[in-house]
Each structure stands twice: as C-alpha cells, then as structure tokens.
Design a protein. Structure first.
Lengths: 296, 359
C-alpha cells in the first residue's frame, strides 16, 4: 500500500467517524425535538384549558359551553380503586413468590417469563376477555354480569396491573440484602412474618412506587374500558352501571367536532400526564437513591 | 422452616415446666401463661405453609390470566371459527351489486379479517422503518457519545414518553400531526414518489396508513431505544478498550465492539417494539381512517385489527359480528404472545450474565 492510499484511507476513516457521530446527534435531535414539542404542546393546551369547573362540573349537553369532567375523575377513581384492590395484592404476592420462594426454580422462571410476555399483550384483548366472561353472560354466579358495568372495567384494569406489579415487586425484593432476612430468622421470627414485616417492609418504598407506576399506566388505558365500563355522561358511583372514565372521555371528546370539547379533552390529558410524570419521577428517585438506605 | 420450629421447641419446655423436672416433654395438663401466649400466636409451621401456598397461588395466577384470556376468546370466537375457518384470514367476498371486493359486511354477516391484518402489518412495518434507525442512533448517542450531564435528562424524557397514554398520542396526532401531513408531507410525497404507486394523494383527510405508521413510530421509539441502550451498556468495557487499543476510530469501535456484541439484544428490542406496534389500539384507531379496505397507497384510509375491535365491539350488530371481532382479537393475542416471547428470549440470552437492572 502506497503512502497516498494509506493517507486517503485514514482520512476516510476519520470522515466516516465524524459522519456517524453527526448522524447519531442528528437522530437524537430528530427524536427529542418532536418529543419536547409534543410535551410542550400538551402542557400549553392543557394549562390554558384547565379551570375549576373542570374538577367540579359534569359535561354540559352539546351546544352549551362550559362544563367539566368531575364525573369522569370520580369514575376513574372508582375504576382504579377496584383495579388496585385486585392487582396490587395478587401482584405483590406473585412478586414475593418469585423473589422469596421460587428463586432459581423452573416454575419461577416460567412465571417471570409469562409475566413479561403478558406485559406486552395489547390491553384491548384484556377488555375483550372480560367482555366475554363478565359483560355478556346473563349469569347469577358472576357478579354484575349481563351488562356494561364499572365492576367489569375495574377487573379488566386490575388484571392488567398484575404482571407489572409482580415484576417490580420482585426486582425491589431482590435488592434487599440476605443479612436482613437471616437476622429476622435468627431471632426466631416465623418465615411469613419475616417476609411481610422485614423484607417487604424494607423494600416498601420501591414496591409502593412500582404500584404507583402500574396505577398510572392503567389510569391512561382506554381500549379495555370501551366495552366494559362504556362511559357515562352523568354522575355514577355504582359498580353495577356504566361509569365515566377520564381516558374514555378524552377519546370521545377528541374525536368530536366541538372546540369546547377539545378544550376539556386537553385539560383531561394534562391531568393524566401530571399523574404519570409524578409516578415516573418518584420511581426514578426511589430506585436511584432513596430505596433500602436503612437496610444496607 | 425448620429453624423456627427448633427455636420454639427449645423455648417451650423451659417455660412449661416450673419445677425443672421432666425436661424435653411438655406438660399437658396445666399450660403456663407463657405457653398460652405462645400458642395464641398460632402455629408458625402451619402459618408458614399457608403463606407459602398463598404466594405460589399468586404467582400461578399469571398462568391463570393467560388461560382465562385464551378460554374467553375461544369461547367468543367459536361461531365465526365454525363458519369461516381459516378462510377468515384470506378470503375475499364480492359485492353482489357492484362486484367490487368486499371484506367486512356486518349486514349480511360475511366477514374477512384480511384488510385488518394488512393494515396492521403495513402500519407496524412503516413504524419500524421510521423508528429503528432513529432509536439506534439515539441509543448509540446515549451510551457512547453523550456527555454525562445530558444522559440522565434524555433517558428520563424517553422513559416519560413511553408512559404517556395512547389516547393522548392519538389526540395530538389528530390535532397536530394529521393536518401537518395533509398540508406539508402528502402533496410532495405524491409529486415526487407518486410513480411508485405507494403514494397517491386521493385522500383529502390526511388520515391513513402513513399517519398511523408515524404516530406508531413515535410511540415505539422510546421502548426500542431504552432497551437497546440497556443491551449496549452490558457490553464489557474491556471489549471497547481492546478495539480502541488496536487503533480503531470511535465508529469502528461502536461497530466492532458494541453493535456486534449487542446485536441479538438489539434485534430483541426491535421485535418487542414490533409487538407493541401490532397491538397498539387507540392512537391508531384515531388516525388510520377506519375503512375495511385494502389499498396500495400509504396515504389511503385503512384499518387495523386492534382499531376495528375498538370501533365496533361495543356496538356490534349480530352474534356473528361479535364472534368475528373476537376471532380477530384471538389472532392478535396469539401473534403478540409469540412476538413478545421471541423478543424476551433474545433479550434474555444477552442480559443473562449481568445483574438485573431496574433502569
């Protein structure tokens, strides 16, 4: 190889290197700029639409301006309460099984794998399954069956929470040092007590924020609610009737032709976003520094 | 747990035999105060077993959920399955009056899932086409080039965007993205690339496969980039240093050490993104146009499997309609399960040797 070729080749390598660096930076800008734009747009639109009426009034009939989404906020609260009552205990139990009882066993690996796969299943499929099992059959054994109801919506959301809560609980429990468990057992504490009062309690900040994250995720779910909770333009807190929910209301209003309804939908989006930002930053904070400080 | 039983059986005899005689055998006739207290706390061996079983049941509930979904969807789709069989996914009916192809005819209870399968595939692959290069660029930048001060906020931002509800993305797409495409993107695409047949601007709304693909790409970008970043950061530093020590430039180092070692995991991340794109419902349902037709042009209206379920399930007109929609749901479930399982396996192969990371 002559000197000229060598010089040319090394220059080409340097040029390629710089080009790739430039491309990577370009990709980052192309990705980040619209993301920030989306976020800023949401904040701007939401903040300019939010007012007190949003939290205190129910939707006005078409043609009248004003009104709010108070019933949808309450409805989301009811649905999320049912969902948490189902998803949190079972999810935490599953996480305890994975971290404390099944560590390294084939069964636990299978459960972990299935939970991860289940996390990626579209939420609308979950809603469909609940529709077939609870909403459709006219059956006296299944509670609230035979029609659209708040209960069925809550169950759909609750089932969706289980895999997420299960996996975060497991990850948090694995961070608890073994010495803590051994100390508890060494004092003669029964194993169940040691798990609940020592291990789980040590990891509780992480577990709670993990639950919050799952909570925030299902709070924004629309697809499974369309044919379980259905939505409702009026006040409702009964488990037996269709109920309004924030994301459902946003969906309906977003596709409507009225500016006033769009305004309400933006305000609703902002409320959901704030909930999610809170949850995500809490999780980040806890996992980065706060968690398990007293234990290790 | 054996340790606990030992500690109690050692403790009980001392407290139950005040005179010190008859050691090792608890006196049955008159239990002491201490023993009563201990017994009132319950038998920990039994409690432990009950607790263990409870936790196992919670763990097994994950399998229960999968079985329940499969059972429900098979129950719901039996009618359509018996009538249409596998033809459901490829058959084309024709309109008796106009002789045009007809796929989805709730009035006469004739259903074919072909346009929805087509729409799902087109929009998902479009999304991957846009998202994968950008996501890999972002992941490379974050792991290899980014100054430390910028890394945290950027990672946080992408994480946040992965958590924004689908319906809000859809709302943003309807109000901002679709008008943008309609005015500034679709006409030039038609003018310059119209000869390919893929871009034919006969749809004045701006909705369609392209809008669906773009919003999907925005939604799956954070997932692909954060997972690839995780995989790329598991490549040992010694590999990078070895390549650099041989005189490689940074790009050559990234190509030879990082991308080559992480390629399986990156493929896993992309497949996971594909899984999300296939099942994404609300945002796509809001921008894809929702017509059960097949078009070659990416600017035409279409529909996806998830979108048609979201739009029609709550107000289906007949049992057969319900059943057909449920069968689409079952197909979607099976496909996403398989795609996700494949992705998890690939990710698992790569990250097996390293400790689990929450972030």
């Amino acid at each position: 190889m002559s000197v000229e070729t060598f010089k040319f080749k090394s220059r080409m390598r340097a040029v390629t290197d710089n080009a790739v660096t430039l491309l990577a930076i370009l990709a980052t800008v192309i990705v980040v700029a619209p993301l920030i734009a989306i976020f800023a747009y949401l904040l701007y639109k939401g903040a300019s639409s939010l007012n007190l009426a949003f939290f205190t009034q129910i939707p006005k009939p078409v043609g009248e301006s004003g009104g709010g989404m108070a019933n949808a906020i309450v409805g989301s609260g009811v649905l999320l309460a049912i969902a948490s009552a189902i998803g949190v205990p079972i999810g935490i139990g599953g996480g305890i099984f994975l971290a404390e009882f099944g560590r390294g066993t084939k069964l636990a690996n299978a459960v972990r794998f299935t939970a991860d796969v289940l996390n990626g299943v579209p939420s609308i499929v979950m809603g469909m399954a609940i529709y077939v099992l609870i909403v459709k059959p006219q059956n006296s054994i299944i509670p609230f069956s035979g029609h659209f109801s708040a209960f069925s919506g809550g169950v759909a959301l609750g089932i969706m929470m289980i895999p997420t809560v299960c996996r975060t609980t497991e990850e948090m429990l694995l961070m608890v040092p073994h010495a803590v468990r051994e100390a508890a057992l060494g004092l003669g504490v029964p194993n169940w007590r040691s798990v609940l009062s020592i291990t789980v309690k040590t990891a509780s900040p992480g577990i709670i924020t993990g639950c919050m994250l799952a909570f925030a995720r299902v709070a924004g779910e629309t697809a499974p609610l369309i044919f379980t909770a259905l939505g409702n333009a009026f006040w409702s807190a009964s488990l037996n009737t269709p109920i309004a929910a924030l994301p459902l209301q946003i969906y309906v209003y977003a596709l409507s032709p009225y500016d006033d309804w769009h305004r309400l939908a933006w305000a609703g989006s902002l409320v959901l976003i704030v909930l999610i930002v809170l949850a995500v930053s809490l999780v980040r904070y806890v996992t980065s520094r706060g968690v398990l400080k007293g234990a290790s | 747990m054996p340790e606990i039983r030992i500690s109690q059986s050692q403790f009980q005899p001392e407290s139950t035999t005040p005179e010190g005689g008859d050691r090792g055998r608890p006196v049955a006739h008159e239990p002491s105060e201490v023993r009563k207290y201990l017994l009132s706390r319950g038998n920990s061996a039994l409690a432990d077993r009950v607790f263990h079983v409870l936790m196992v049941v919670c763990g097994l509930s994950i399998f229960g959920i999968v079985l329940l979904i499969v059972y429900a969807l098979m129950l719901g789709s039996a009618l359509s399955w018996h009538k249409f069989g596998f033809g459901f996914f490829y058959k084309v009916f024709s309109d008796p009056v106009t002789n045009l192809p007809l796929f989805w005819d709730p009035v006469n209870a004739r259903f074919s899932a072909l346009p929805f399968v087509y729409g799902t595939l087109v929009s998902s692959f479009l999304a991957l086409l846009i998202a994968v290069p950008l996501a890999l660029g972002l992941a490379t930048f974050l792991t290899e080039m980014c100054p430390g001060a910028l890394r945290g906020p950027l990672a946080f931002l992408t994480e946040l965007l992965a958590a924004i509800p689908s319906v809000i993305y859809g709302f943003w797409a309807v109000t901002v993205l679709v008008p943008l495409l309609r005015v500034h993107v679709n006409p030039p695409l038609t003018r310059w690339l119209g000869w390919t047949g893929l871009f034919n601007n006969d749809n004045p709304t701006g909705l369609g496969y392209l809008a669906g693909g773009v919003i999907l790409s925005i939604m799956i970008l954070p997932i692909i980039s954060s997972l690839s970043r995780e995989v790329m950061s598991t490549v040992p530093h010694s590999q990078r240093e070895a390549v650099l020590a041989l005189g490689a430039t940074r790009w050559e180092m990234i190509r030879m050490a990082v991308l080559r070692n992480a390629r399986i995991g990156i493929v896993g991340a992309i497949i996971l993104g594909l899984g999300r794109a296939l099942g994404e419902t609300m945002a796509v349902a809001m921008v894809i146009g929702n017509t059960p037709e097949i078009h070659r042009s990416l600017l035409s209206n279409g529909s996806t499997m998830a979108a048609v379920i979201a739009n029609e399930y709550a107000e289906a007109v007949s049992d057969m309609h319900y059943s057909a929609l449920t069968e689409i749901g079952l197909a979607l479930f099976i496909v996403t399960i398989l795609v996700n399982a494949l992705a998890q396996l690939l990710m698992w192969v790569v990250t097996r040797g390293t400790p689990s990371q929450t972030r």
